[in-house]
Design a protein around this ligand. Structure first.
Ligand SMILES: Nc1ncnc2c1ncn2[C@@H]1O[C@H](COP(=O)(O)OP(=O)(O)OP(=O)(O)O)[C@@H](O)[C@H]1O
Length: 222
């Protein structure tokens, strides 16, 4: 089997006021694998994704992403990890309202200083990948929730990340649209060979995952 892209060992995180959000989490995820992290509200899903993506630091434990020791990276290394290795998708889409769909998808490419011609080409491919070629010029408010999330997914994939972290990506969508978005993620993960960790509490959606990790009160149920 291939080398794991994500290795997590003994991860612990306690917030101020003593909330023990993670109590010793360990797992691995391989290239091309879609892993669902299922658990109720407050189970620790967001905390886990934040620690894997370098948005926050654990109290204890190891996280390696593409061979990099995430908690030990200096701020600059974390910036590079988030820019070059990880793509994020959030429940609330987090698109920039004044930019068109195409411009939103192009933001990470701008930040990575990709030349304009290459940027335009990559944006075109990405919008077509998520089925939004005809909506390139529309602003987020002119798009449905499902379309906005497609734009956000295209943006997350812009820099060809090796790891996609999606936190409740279907939480604001009706069940049919949610299923379409999960199916899209499924296809993209396989097609692009990325690893995806998808936090969800939607039982119907986890059927599309290669593996399901059940999180309860900061621990995995085995
Ligand atoms: N910044 C914070 N400060 C204090 N406590 C926090 C903070 N963030 C999360 N928590 C607490 O940590 C626990 C785990 O939260 P987390 O957001 O990781 O869970 P979750 O499974 O993602 O929940 P949800 O589905 O509601 O987003 C919860 O009890 C939450 O209240």
């Amino acid at each position: 089997m291939s080398e794991p892209l994500v290795v997590v060992e003994g991860l612990r995180k306690t917030y101020p006021k003593g909330v023990r959000a993670l109590r010793g989490i360990s797992f691995e995820a391989h290239p091309g694998e879609l892993v669902a992290i299922r658990g109720r509200s407050g189970a620790g899903k967001t905390t886990l994704l934040n620690l894997v993506g370098g948005l926050d630091r654990p109290d204890e434990g190891r996280v390696r992403v593409a061979g990099q020791p995430v908690p030990e990276l200096p701020e600059e290394g974390l910036l590079r990890l988030r820019r070059d290795v990880v793509g994020f998708v959030f429940q609330s889409f987090r698109l920039i309202p004044v930019l068109s769909a195409a411009e939103n998808v192009g933001v990470p490419l701008l930040l990575a200083r990709v030349p304009a011609r290459d940027r335009e080409e990559r944006v075109k491919v990405l919008l077509s990948l998520v089925g939004l070629s005809d909506q390139a010029e529309q602003r987020p408010y002119e798009l449905s929730g499902g379309q906005q999330q497609r734009v956000a997914i295209a943006r997350a994939l812009a820099n060809r990340p090796r790891l996609l972290l999606a936190d409740e990506p279907t939480g604001q969508l009706d069940s049919q649209t949610a299923r379409q978005i999960m199916e899209l993620l499924r296809v993209l993960v396989r097609g692009e060979g990325v690893t995806a960790l998808v936090a969800t509490h939607d039982a119907a959606l986890v059927g599309l995952a290669d593996r399901v990790l059940e999180l309860k009160d900061g621990e995995f149920l085995s």
